[in-house]
Unconditional design. Structure first.
Length: 93
C-alpha cells in the first residue's frame, strides 16, 4: 500500500530505472470498512505514474469507482469503468 504521492513517485521511478515491464498494480485505496487509505494526491499519482507502467491493474469495485469517478451497479457500469481504467493504462500517455 502506497499512502502518499511521494511513495507512488519513488516506486514509479524505480520501475522505470530498472526497466521492469510485467507490473501488476493492486490499487489499495480503501479499507474494508470504506475508509480511504490513500491521500487524494497519491490516487492521482497512481493513475498518472503507475498505471501507465502496469501490465495489469486489479481494482475491486469500490476502488474502480474511486479511480473512475463512476458508480458501478450493473454489468454495463462495469464495462464502462473497465474501459475508462484501460484508457489510463499503457499507451495512454
Amino acid at each position: 500500500m502506497l499512502l502518499a504521492k511521494q511513495a507512488v513517485t519513488v516506486v514509479a521511478k524505480a520501475l522505470r530505472k530498472h526497466c521492469i515491464h510485467n507490473v501488476v498494480v493492486d490499487p489499495v485505496i480503501r479499507s474494508s470498512s470504506g475508509e480511504m487509505l490513500l491521500k487524494p494526491d497519491a490516487v492521482r499519482a497512481m493513475k498518472q505514474e503507475l498505471f501507465s507502467l502496469a501490465l495489469i491493474i486489479t481494482p475491486n469495485i469500490p476502488e474502480a469507482e474511486a479511480l473512475t469517478g463512476r458508480r458501478i451497479k450493473t454489468r454495463d457500469d462495469r464495462d464502462a469503468a473497465a474501459g475508462k481504467l484501460l484508457d489510463m493504462g499503457r499507451g495512454s500517455s
